[in-house]
Design a protein. Structure first.
Length: 206
């Protein structure tokens, strides 16, 4: 009888392993899922960048090495969706407050107005924890190029926009430790945010 239970246990463990959730990769603005990378060296990833965080420190791609990142684009004077997006980020911050593998990145799309001092005050008002959540400003062209060409936040395949066209989106992007895109979520939808939280845990288990 003990052999029967041993075999049953092995079968259950194998089944659980086979049914383990995996996240796809994305390399195009239409977010067509790909379940493997044809070439890791050439597959789409977030390029090197240079920005500034709310503590007036340089912030580059080196600061997210080995981190799972949740990325959005906002501005501090936004009268509409940005407050709800900030609330969603706050929920994610609360979930992973002590997790050193998870980092939240909010890029200002009005960097000419969102100076370091403005971001620092916004962080204070919204209870942003600096170790877990970075508010980023810097060169507008840099931010817009990252958002549209690398994070694909506007999902506008084939539509090129100049940096004079305002970048505004509720999308959150999930990035793995190698800077590959692994998910897109609606920052205004609580169910989508719960899915994002679960997907972060999937990435942590990879």
């Amino acid at each position: 009888m003990k052999y029967f239970y041993l075999i049953l246990y092995v079968l259950i463990m194998v089944s659980c392993k086979e049914n383990k959730k995996q996240l796809p990769y994305y390399d195009t603005p239409d977010f067509t899922p790909k379940w493997e990378m044809t070439n890791e060296n050439t597959f789409h990833k977030i390029r090197p960048f240079k920005l500034i965080n709310q503590e007036n420190q340089p912030f580059t791609e080196k600061d997210i090495e080995g981190e799972i990142c949740v990325v959005d684009f906002f501005f501090t004077t936004c009268p509409g969706i940005c407050l709800k997006m900030t609330n969603s980020m706050t929920d994610i911050q609360t979930e992973f407050i002590n997790d050193n593998e998870v980092l939240l990145l909010s890029h200002s799309v009005t960097p000419e107005k969102d100076s370091v001092s403005v971001l620092k005050q916004y962080a204070k008002d919204k209870k942003v924890d600096f170790k877990r959540w970075k508010l980023l400003t810097g060169d507008k062209n840099e931010i817009y190029d990252l958002g549209r060409k690398y994070y694909f936040v506007e999902e506008d395949e084939g539509i090129r926009k100049s940096n004079d066209v305002f970048l505004h989106t509720e999308n959150f992007i999930l990035i793995d430790k190698q800077r590959h895109i692994r998910g897109i979520y609606n920052g205004l939808d609580p169910n989508s945010i719960q899915n994002l939280i679960q997907d972060i845990k999937v990435l942590k288990a990879e």
